[in-house]
Design a binder for this molecule. Structure first.
Ligand code: G
Ligand code: G
Ligand code: MN
Ligand code: NA
Length: 254
């Protein structure tokens, strides 16, 4: 309970910060977007990673409020990113299961983007397969609503759940993010290399873009380029960094 009270106070005091990890385009080789990753700037303990507080925030019913704070910060930061680089695309935001089950999600996110006058297409929501598969029909209704409002949708950790072609076709999503467990051992592991190729081919057939996460080595990148994966994210390019550092990266490339 002490931790829960501490987390509540952290929300009131806006102790959360957002770090950004670049997404690089196959087509242009430029940074075209970023994934927003929340950190708790704890007054005594310093920067805490999501693994130390997200699950507890979910249990305490606070993850929705935290998510709205993350979206609020990301919208503010997008305006700065656009000012630094006119061609800057999207910021991706991770949704938790609790947010996805909240009937007010669409209303809430629209009120934030409207406040900042940020086009919904600049916001990409990363949704995991398991969140969608948990309640498929309700998930499709919510995703349809978000799409109609103009938001971009992506399936995170793709390949780890019970992803099926049949369902992917019915989900109104724009892209899939291949889970980093499939990227880790390419090109040495022929099975993983084949899986990556198959995911890209399948996604492209369905008109979806493919993002690879966890890209760490030049050989992994080369393999992904050869498989025509659309965007890359990983330590090879950059870890998640504070807003001011990300802004500098954008300024350097424009
Ligand atoms: O870099 P990293 O340790 O930041 O992130 C770990 C995990 O935390 C990731 O799987 C990511 O999905 C999750 N995460 C990061 N930021 C957020 C956020 O703003 N909201 C939610 N729900 N999850 C997040
Ligand atoms: O997909 P999720 O939303 O689960 O992914 C974000 C997590 O992946 C964060 O914890 C981030 O720090 C981590 N991550 C990002 N790039 C890399 C990478 O190249 N290698 C590894 N091992 N982890 C990465
Ligand atoms: Mn993610
Ligand atoms: Na992921």
């Amino acid at each position: 309970l002490a931790f829960e009270a501490r987390l509540r106070r952290a929300l009131e005091r806006r102790e959360f910060v957002v770090y950004y990890q670049p997404k690089v385009s196959l087509f242009s080789g430029r940074i075209v977007g970023a994934e927003a990753l929340v950190r708790w700037n704890h007054p005594e303990r310093g920067i805490l990673l999501p693994g130390e507080f997200i699950a507890l925030a979910e249990e305490a019913g606070l993850v929705g409020r935290m998510g709205m704070l993350v979206l609020d910060i990301a919208c503010r930061d997008i305006l700065a990113f656009r000012a630094a680089d006119k061609s800057f695309g999207r910021v991706a935001i991770n949704l938790s299961g609790a947010q996805f089950n909240d009937v007010r999600l669409l209303e809430d996110v629209q009120s934030v983007t409207e406040f900042w006058r940020v086009a919904p297409a600049s916001i990409e929501f990363e949704i995991t397969e398991s969140m969608v598969m948990h309640n498929r029909e309700q998930a499709i209704v919510l995703m349809d609503g978000l799409k109609k409002a103009g938001f971009t949708l992506s399936i995170d950790d793709f390949g780890t759940g019970y992803s099926s072609l049949a369902y992917l076709k019915r989900f109104p999503v724009d892209s899939v993010k291949i889970d980093r467990s499939f990227i880790k051992d390419i090109p040495d592991d022929p099975n993983d290399t084949a899986i990556v190729l198959a995911i890209v081919a399948m996604a492209h057939t369905l008109g979806l873009k493919v993002i690879a996460e966890g890209v760490e080595t030049p050989l992994q990148l080369q393999t992904l380029i050869e498989s025509r994966c659309d965007e890359y994210q990983g330590f090879y390019f950059s870890k998640a960094i504070p807003e001011s550092d990300f802004l500098q990266l954008l300024q350097k490339q424009s």
